[in-house]
Write a protein that binds this ligand. Structure first.
Ligand code: BES
Ligand code: ZN
Ligand code: ZN
Length: 494
């Protein structure tokens, strides 16, 4: 937990961060006496502007430079950062927090102080984002290494050098959001043999215990009884049993709304008999990214206690190849009663989601949001940084996009093209599980729409951003925890 302190004068011993505007470094420019740069020059007697010029530091955005203060300031070191306060969005503060924390860790420093300068440190959303950036960038997945490749250093205190106090709740919120995202990252990064459906059930029980949520696990016999043909069909080739996990958060008083979250939990996707070829199976331990996002969000919601009832429906299965696997041409009788002809066993996510969505709708709620690493086609359309959003309710969709943008998670709406619904018509069953030709993310979303008839619903295809091949601003390569913070932020905004 990061301790947040506000103070007017720094007594920080470790590292002080000083934002610099590039104009302040222009030759012959007169420095405002009150500016952060001028204040440290006065205090230390060091002409930092000269040093910065010698370094060639221009204070462009996202650049920084580090100096030791050799006993001239109470802090051991100073980090100048380029800050030209262009847009001043929360996301820029998140990235700033990560940049500063990374430098601090390199120098094995565990406390930081920020001079205010051009920063808006006391504004709640920005302050939360800054601390969240610090916490999120601390994450590493090293439990499978005998000796962690990099030794983690936790930032323990962050001091804001400002006159205005910031509520300590801001630091708590930042911590809760970051922790929830890191919980999802851990689940996604974990090898699939260890993170299988029974493990997902155990983790859900742990979350329920710790965050005081209600849990109900529909195990295989129950799924058979309720005829959840999608979940059972996909899992048929696996040696482990499937489950449908249901977590519920209920507020103390009367809930303003009931929101259901549904997450695709394919703990490993071989493709089944439509087997994935070459390297396309390598990262398929991440195919439960939607489930992880929903579980992570529930753990955050349990702690933040909004006035909204939130229900999570998480189907967990493995899509394996075996003598028992479901076959091409099979017809599955889904929980909703519709029949589905399977013409590609690799289009499995939509089959398990169909059962979970139908149950969420049957149990009655005001809104449904599902998250799924559903299609390669969505990645082809938007690249890896954007999730695709589908909905029949544009204003609902817009709210999710806005929540994403507040959290630095990029979401782009794609159309539910009714004309393409013809592609999933079947000759033998009610529908089939794949279309033909292009627009695979759209036909997948249309398939899901067959199982949500009347409830306002948003589908997020997170195949791209759930798992990245290279490090991003505040996550190492691999799982990002995408969706967790967007979901929590959205629920908290209701
Ligand atoms: N899990 C995959 C989608 C995926 C691909 C996620 C790459 C992350 C990275 C999904 O189950 C799948 O295989 N989808 C198929 C659908 C096709 C058979 C209609 C796809 O996208 O190729
Ligand atoms: Zn698949
Ligand atoms: Zn899949």
């Amino acid at each position: 937990m990061i301790r947040l302190i506000t103070k007017t004068v720094s007594t920080n011993k470790d590292l002080v961060v000083v934002p610099v505007n590039s104009k302040e470094l222009a030759p012959k420019s007169k420095l405002d006496k009150a500016s952060a740069l001028s204040v440290v020059e006065q205090k230390s007697g060091i002409r930092f502007r000269k040093l910065l010029a010698d370094e060639g530091f221009l204070a462009d955005d996202n650049t920084s430079t580090y100096f030791r203060t050799v006993g001239k300031l109470s802090a051991k070191a100073i980090l100048f950062i380029g800050w030209n306060s262009g847009q001043n969005t929360a996301e820029e503060y998140r990235k700033l927090g990560a940049l500063v924390a990374k430098t601090a860790r390199c120098h094995r420093v565990s406390s930081l102080a920020f001079s205010e300068g051009g920063l808006q440190l006391t504004e709640k959303k920005r302050c939360k984002a800054l601390l969240e950036g610090v916490a999120l960038s601390e994450y590493q997945f090293d439990s499978y290494q005998k000796k962690p490749k990099t030794k983690p250093v936790a930032i323990k205190t962050v001091t804001l050098l400002t006159r205005k106090k910031v509520a300590s709740q801001v630091a708590k919120d930042a911590e809760i959001y970051a922790q929830a995202a890191c919980l999802a990252r851990d689940l996604v990064n974990m090898p699939a043999t260890d993170c299988d459906p029974p493990y997902m059930v155990r983790i859900a029980r742990k979350i329920a215990r710790e965050d005081k949520l209600k849990i109900k696990v529909l195990d295989k016999p129950k799924l058979e009884k309720m005829k959840a043909g999608g979940i059972l069909g996909v899992n048929r080739g696996s040696a482990t049993p499937p489950a449908l996990i249901k977590l519920t958060y209920k507020p103390r008083g009367k809930a303003k709304k009931v929101v259901s979250l549904v997450g695709k939990g394919v703990t490993f996707d071989t493709g089944g008999h439509s087997i994935k070829i070459n390297k396309s199976m390598n990262d398929m331990k991440m195919d439960m990214g939607g489930a992880a996002a929903v579980l992570g969000a529930m753990s955050g919601i349990g702690k933040l206690k909004p006035n909204i009832e939130v229900r999570a429906y998480v189907p967990v299965v493995e899509n394996m190849v075996s003598a028992k696997s479901y076959k091409l041409g099979d017809v599955l009788r889904m929980y909703s009663g519709k029949s589905v002809e399977v013409l590609n066993t690799d289009a499995e996510g939509r089959l398990i989601l169909a059962d979970a969505l139908a149950l969420a709708e049957k149990e009655g709620c005001d809104q449904i949001i599902d998250l799924a690493t559903l299609t390669g086609a969505c990645m082809a359309a938007l690249g890896q940084d954007y999730a695709g959003l589908f909905t029949r309710d544009d204003s609902f969709g817009q709210k999710i996009i806005e929540s994403g943008s507040e959290q630095g998670e990029c979401i782009w709406q794609l159309p539910l093209v009714e004309k393409y619904r013809e592609q999933i018509k079947s000759d033998v069953a009610d529908i089939k599980n794949v279309g033909f030709g292009y627009g695979g993310a759209i036909t997948a979303a249309l398939f899901l729409s067959e199982f949500v008839e009347k409830t306002p619903w948003v589908h997020l295809d997170i195949a791209g951003p759930a798992f990245l091949p290279a490090a991003a601003d505040y996550s190492p390569p691999g799982a990002t925890g995408f969706g967790v913070r967007t979901l929590i932020g959205y629920i908290m905004s209701l």
